[in-house]
Design a binder for this molecule. Structure first.
Ligand code: MLT
Length: 328
């Protein structure tokens, strides 16, 4: 009989584990933490991640380092994070593209969004805006659709790679509007937006938090938006639903994930830090002022994010089939 079986009765072991876990939680984190952002710096995912990381780091008492690991619509960075140690010092900033659509787009995905990750907390959602260059001939989304119908495949749309929301939303928009566009992939929406501004590509769907400063600065024009109701910061921009595709709605959902097996106390500690951030009116206003849509509190919870991810993987399999979205 082993020592542990004879001297530690059944109840002591869990108590010791809990005590050890709680001790770990009380000291965690003891060094800086890394959040992997699988797109180039300067895009909406990077911007939102830095916004949230800055506030959460104040609650956990350690710096949160953003590591940009772009490529293949976010799947390169997601695969890297899936292989990281489950020790609470590496997390993934995940979103609908590489955490829900990717399994239906990439035949050889080297990670499983559900099996390889634990949900830590969901971020608020970010709707998108259809952007064209300041000197674009398309003054309205109707102009753009009419030109695209007369010139199939001639319109180039920038995106952040296959499975990014800038790719998925443009593909769904094209399919439902009955037009053909040519996707042009970049390492993130940031570099894609630069080329919309420069006229190298005709347009793109970008998220409100990075679209807003460029629209305000007159570098690009928003001619439609994908929220169901007009976002206050884009009150003059009609929705896709009220113009060319009735019922059209799209937004990017995000979440913070840890590699499967991360200590539960770590998830609880980081989720509690997010809860504290949500109680900071200045922080919440800063997000809302970027057109970011806050969610009911219950939807931010770790289990809610994990369940949401699993249901979205199933949903996007159908959306991708119906919209005939393929690896370009
Ligand atoms: C996307 O899905 O288009 C990404 O959010 C782009 C990015 O954040 O760079």
């Amino acid at each position: 009989m082993t020592l542990i079986g004879s001297t530690l009765t059944r109840w002591m072991l869990p108590a010791l584990c809990l005590a050890a876990g709680m001790a770990h939680a009380q000291t965690y984190p003891t060094k800086p933490v890394t959040w992997v952002v699988p797109f180039a710096a300067g895009g909406p995912t990077d911007a939102l991640a830095r916004n949230i990381a800055d506030r959460v780091s104040r609650e956990i008492g350690q710096p949160i380092l953003i590591e940009n690991a772009p490529g293949a619509g976010g799947t390169v960075g997601a695969a890297k994070a899936a292989r990281a140690p489950a020790d609470g010092y590496t997390f993934l900033v995940g979103h609908v593209g590489y955490m829900a659509a990717a399994p239906s787009l990439y035949s050889k995905l080297s990670y499983d969004p559900v099996k390889d990750f634990e949900g830590v907390f969901r971020f608020p959602d970010t709707p998108l805006v259809l952007l064209v260059g300041a000197n674009s001939p398309y003054k309205t989304v109707q102009d753009l659709v009419a030109h695209a119908k007369a010139n199939p495949g001639k319109l180039n749309f920038g995106n952040a790679g296959v499975g990014s929301t800038s790719h998925l939303v443009a593909a769904m928009f094209a399919q439902k509007a009955g037009i053909k566009i040519t996707p042009v992939a970049y390492k993130g929406a940031g570099p894609a937006l630069t080329d919309v501004m420069g006229g190298q590509v005709d347009g793109m769907f970008d998220q409100t938090n990075t679209a807003l400063p460029q629209v305000s600065g007159g570098k690009v024009r928003g001619i439609a938006q994908t929220a169901t109701r007009r976002v206050p910061q884009f009150s003059q921009v009609p929705t896709v639903a009220e113009t060319v595709v009735p019922g059209f709605e799209a937004s990017t959902w995000y979440g913070l994930y840890a590699p499967k097996g991360v200590p539960k106390e770590v998830v609880a500690r980081v989720y509690a830090a997010w809860g504290k951030a949500l109680q900071d009116p200045a922080f919440v206003k800063r997000l809302a002022d970027q057109g970011i849509q806050m969610l009911p509190d219950a939807q931010y919870a770790p289990a809610a994010l994990t369940q949401h991810t699993a249901s979205e993987v199933v949903k996007w399999k159908k959306v991708i089939a119906d919209a005939n979205i393929k690896l370009d």
